[in-house]
Design a protein around this ligand. Structure first.
Ligand SMILES: [Zn+2]
Length: 339
């Protein structure tokens, strides 16, 4: 099925920036997208995955193991320890986690058929295995049971899925970027949970008429002839693919001057964000932004660019200031940079 090109998405600059940042540095953590239905959140994730450089995976491996890693398939993968297997190129996976998914389906479980018919204890991998080295997308993450969300955030942070039950003891790699969407009007998100997402943003249906017209025009053109539309955007897509590739390679060389670290600290302190997670994420995101901009030294420009994305979901409720979180971050930014 044809996927709408990422570079053809109209407006939604924050969403695109957030996705590009985590594509450059998945260690920034997951992205939480608030907003109306039908604003193309999952389209954007799929579109980004489509243009990312393909990953090499071990042929026939259900865990998307990296053939270039030593010693091939990791411990826990049934193919581990076997002689070198051929590798295939695959698109970066995007796995949808449906709301009704059971824990078994998510983490994997004993293959009942193998157990009943052949008496074998075989592990049947779940969605976390399929999402390895890609994206795990959850629509309406706020409606998912708490224990499942906690589990997902733990695995996303550790990069490993550990299953120990029903006589199974298995651990396999599950490195993915969690993308959650949520509508705060339909269910509150716990603050502890919010804090564990790297970035967050609000997606709205665009207000201005020309933008809305352009959205509809491009959609219609794509639906009429997906191939022709995609061909037209191919040069832009290729340019972004190579920019992301270069940014990833450059990331290791990006340095953050002390002055920038200090401003990040002052900003987080003035906003009263809990703990250091916000600050660490802010700095990581600023590094990725610098790399995307072709720079090797982080500057205030990047700090300002990513501050709202990295901090708006970490603010404590302030009864004296009920303005929206992003407005509070903007205000703090102005104060910090005016000093
Ligand atoms: Zn494997």
């Amino acid at each position: 099925m044809a996927v709408f090109p990422f570079t053809a998405i109209v407006a939604q600059d924050e969403l695109k920036l957030a996705l590009e940042l985590v594509a450059v540095d998945p260690a920034i953590g997951g992205v939480l997208v608030f907003g109306d239905r039908g604003t193309g959140k999952s389209t954007a994730v799929r579109a980004l995955a489509q243009l990312l450089p393909h990953v090499k995976v071990v042929q026939g491996c259900q865990y998307n193991c990296d053939p270039e890693a030593e010693p091939g398939c990791v411990e826990g993968c049934p193919l581990a320890g076997r002689k070198k297997r051929p590798s295939v190129e695959a698109q970066v996976p995007v796995v949808d986690l449906p709301l009704g998914a059971t824990e078994d389906r998510v983490v994997g479980a004993l293959d009942l058929e193998a157990a009943l018919t052949r008496g074998e204890r075989v592990f049947s991998p779940g969605l976390l295995a399929r999402a390895n080295r890609g994206f795990l997308y959850i629509d309406e993450v706020n409606l998912l049971p708490d224990h499942l969300v906690d589990l997902l955030l733990d695995v996303a942070a550790s990069g490993e899925n550990v299953v120990e039950r029903e006589g199974i003891g298995i651990r396999h790699p599950a490195r993915f970027v969690l993308i959650g969407s949520g509508n705060p009007e339909e269910g509150e998100l716990r603050p502890q949970l919010l804090d564990r997402f790297g970035l967050s943003l609000d997606v709205k249906t665009p207000d201005d008429i020309p933008t809305r017209v352009e959205v509809v025009k491009r959609r219609a053109a794509f639906e009429r002839n997906p191939k022709a539309f995609s061909d037209k955007w191919a040069p832009k897509e290729r340019a972004l693919t190579s920019r992301l590739k270069q940014s990833r390679a450059r990331l290791a060389d990006v340095t953050t001057p002390d002055a920038v670290l200090e401003r990040a600290a002052v900003l987080c302190k003035s906003l009263g964000t809990d703990g250091l997670r916000g600050e660490l994420t802010l700095v990581k995101a600023a590094r990725a932004a610098a790399s995307l901009a072709g720079e090797t030294v982080v500057s205030d420009v990047q700090l300002r660019k990513v501050a709202t994305l990295a901090l708006r979901h970490r603010l404590r409720r302030n009864p004296l200031d009920e303005s929206a979180s992003s407005t509070r971050v903007e205000k703090a930014l102005e104060q910090v940079f005016a000093a």
